[in-house]
Design a protein around this ligand. Structure first.
Ligand SMILES: NC(=O)c1ccc[n+]([C@@H]2O[C@H](COP(=O)([O-])OP(=O)(O)OC[C@H]3O[C@@H](n4cnc5c(N)ncnc54)[C@H](O)[C@@H]3O)[C@@H](O)[C@H]2O)c1
Length: 361
């Protein structure tokens, strides 16, 4: 088993990465949150695939598990869904010590985490990520939350899990488009922190797409280590944690321009990273080779490198509504070279537009 430990000033937890660990979920949860009852959250797809395994493992460990099923998709990442989760937990009389388990992708994790952070002012939370994106990114670091009509992830809480149980074998049922989205987040980690990870992904791409277990464990572990290091340095995003938003300022605008669901989050992040790299090159921060290299890898993964986009002014308007605007200046995470990024709020409009034009179909 590969274990990555997150050590924060007031909290420590493990991310356990092991093929087959879903079958031991119950005992692992019991080790951090021994209690008679637990709640678990899943969408219908993941419940149908892995719900029985999770539930029987929890029951074997002595829990009476209660399921709060959530609708799939970004539009279900809402306060109304969280309210539905509270109702299930309240009807089942879940208590302060009852753990809540998120079994699913990033949407389930964000919803269940926010519900766990707020139900009875906070109950133990366990992440059991089933998409690659959730394994390498959203299950680590304690960001939870929902979308509101004004924008994505605008309401939420920092709430660290008590444990993360990651079983890479469940990726076998993940649709390939979702697998590619997870790889986009891995490429993001490589660009912001680790040039050798970029090379690893490029070199082992076919084995990764074929879900070779050894390579996948290595990929997940290396990405979790990067995310863990960033979170341990800056838990509440006062500084370097913002580097993880590389590709997101452009990406969120692409997502809302396309309407949530048309372009998946990871696809938008991939396109956003390309636009940001091009903008950075235009601004003189990095070589134009970086956007070419990045574009080639995204393309090899099978991710889009061009999109149908509205006008630059419409996209600019959407970006200004993003929460990462500081005193009316938009902050961008821009690459300097593979493995190093910088936050800038002084990028000229012309460079931003060069970024948009670079990815416009
Ligand atoms: N909290 C954070 O730090 C953080 C970080 C990055 C992204 N996010 C959020 O994560 C969300 C995206 O996450 P996602 O891409 O995992 O979305 P998701 O939760 O919708 O999962 C993707 C799809 O794959 C299905 N699925 C998941 N695991 C499966 C499996 N093993 N087999 C078959 N199907 C499976 C799901 O049912 C869903 O249809 C976004 O809302 C984004 O804002 C949060």
């Amino acid at each position: 088993m590969a274990i990555v430990t997150i050590q924060l000033p007031h909290h420590r937890y493990e991310i356990q990465i092991e093929p087959g660990s879903l079958g031991e979920l119950g005992h692992r949860v019991r080790a951090v949150a021994p209690h008679g009852q637990c709640g678990w959250v899943a969408d219908p797809t993941v419940r149908a695939l892995y719900g029985d395994a999770a539930e029987s493992s929890l029951a074997d460990a002595g829990y009476s598990p209660v399921l709060a099923e959530v609708e799939p998709g970004e539009s279900a990442k809402s306060l109304a869904t969280v309210e539905g989760i509270y109702s299930v937990f309240l009807d089942a009389h879940l208590e302060r010590k009852s753990p809540v388990i998120a079994l699913g992708g990033g949407i389930t994790g964000d919803l269940a985490g926010f519900a766990a952070a707020t139900y009875l002012r906070g109950v133990p939370f366990i992440q059991c990520p089933t998409s690659l994106l959730a394994m390498v990114d959203s299950s680590v670091g304690g960001k939870t939350g929902v979308n509101v009509p004004q924008g994505k992830n605008l309401v939420g809480a920092f709430y660290q899990p008590a444990l993360v149980v990651t079983d890479p074998l469940v990726l076998r049922s993940l649709p390939v488009r979702e697998l590619r989205c997870g790889l986009a987040e891995c490429i993001k980690h490589a660009v912001i922190r680790d040039k050798s990870l970029f090379a690893f992904i490029a070199e082992h791409l076919q084995n990764l797409l074929d879900l070779s277990v050894d390579e996948m464990v290595e990929l997940v572990k290396r990405n979790v280590e990067i995310k863990a290091a960033v979170v341990m340095e800056d838990e509440k995003e006062k500084g370097v944690r913002a580097h993880l938003n590389f590709g997101h300022t452009f990406g969120h605008a692409i997502e809302s321009a396309g309407g949530y669901g048309t372009i998946l989050h990871g696809e938008a992040v991939g396109l956003g990273m390309l636009a940001a790299s091009r903008a950075a090159a235009d601004f003189g921060l990095c070589s134009p080779d970086l956007s070419s290299e990045l574009g080639e890898l995204l393309d090899a993964v099978g991710l889009p490198t061009r999109a149908d986009l509205p006008s630059n002014s419409a996209l600019g308007e959407t970006m200004r509504h993003d929460k990462k605007v500081n005193d009316d200046r938009i902050r961008f995470v821009l690459p300097l070279r593979l493995g190093e990024v910088e936050i800038r709020d002084d990028i000229p409009q012309s460079c931003i537009e060069a970024g948009w034009d670079f990815i416009r179909r």
